[in-house]
Design a protein around this ligand. Structure first.
Ligand code: HEM
Ligand code: HEM
Length: 171
């Protein structure tokens, strides 16, 4: 009987965690610094890496559908399970919406995405649609931070109050 997520799920969890962290750091640096070649270089990296991240998250969703949540070694209260699993679902939605809104904002705003090996051409230049997805991008970035905070709070609650180290399931 295994109480761990399978290897694909564990690797995907941590690779995506590091990638998301890097995306936030790049985003706040690039929107903060004055216009310069470096700024546009970071914009390019943010867009290309974010687009790859979208594919990775979709792959993770595929792994998730194909696998099962492993059983819990120690009993977890139904309410805790409901809250954490609802949070998982919202995390997945935000992990998809975040890069997807970025891609649509760019391509509908007249900006191609340079993937270094090839370029995804802009679809059109529609400021209204682009602005809508920009707003989605910004709001989702805040919501994702909120859900992440809840996720960590839940983990700490299980660890400290219930003496149940769930991290073993994900490493
Ligand atoms: C999971 C992936 C992503 C994360 C976590 C992320 C996060 C962020 C954050 C936090 C901001 C700053 C928002 C603010 O000003 O408060 C931002 C801005 C931006 N993102 Fe992303 N992003 C992601 C993917 C993408 C993708 C795939 C693209 C485009 C292909 C993109 C394009 C942009 C652009 C153009 C801006 C700057 C908008 C401006 O000039 O103010 N992002 N992103
Ligand atoms: C951006 C950061 C993160 C995101 C988006 C994220 C997302 C997720 C998702 C969606 C799941 C559910 C897996 C599934 O059943 O499909 C999960 C599980 C888990 N995550 Fe994270 N996670 C993040 C960071 C972290 C960090 C920093 C920790 C370390 C404390 C952590 C610990 C765990 C654990 C222990 C589980 C398994 C929980 C259980 O099965 O009860 N996560 N994470």
């Amino acid at each position: 009987m295994t109480y761990k997520y399978n290897a694909a799920m564990r690797i995907a969890h941590w690779v995506i965690f590091i990638a998301l962290l890097a995306m936030y750091i790049a985003a706040y640096i690039m929107t903060d610094i004055d216009a310069s070649p470096l700024k546009w270089e970071i914009y390019g990296l943010h867009k290309a890496t974010g687009s790859i991240l979208l594919c990775l998250v979709l792959l993770r969703v595929y792994f998730r559908i194909k696998s099962q949540i492993p059983k819990y070694r120690d009993p977890v209260k139904p309410l805790n399970k409901l809250v954490s699993h609802t949070n998982f679902k919202l995390l997945y939605i935000c992990m998809i919406l975040m890069p997807l809104s970025g891609v649509i904002m760019s391509l509908m705003g007249g900006h191609p995405i340079n993937m270094y090996l090839f370029t995804i051409p802009a679809i059109t230049k529609d400021p209204v649609i682009s602005k809508f997805f920009y707003t989605t991008h910004v709001w989702t970035s805040y919501i994702l931070i909120g859900l992440f905070t809840l996720h960590i709070a839940g983990f700490l609650f299980h660890l400290i109050v219930e003496k149940n180290n769930l991290l073993k399931r994900m490493v």
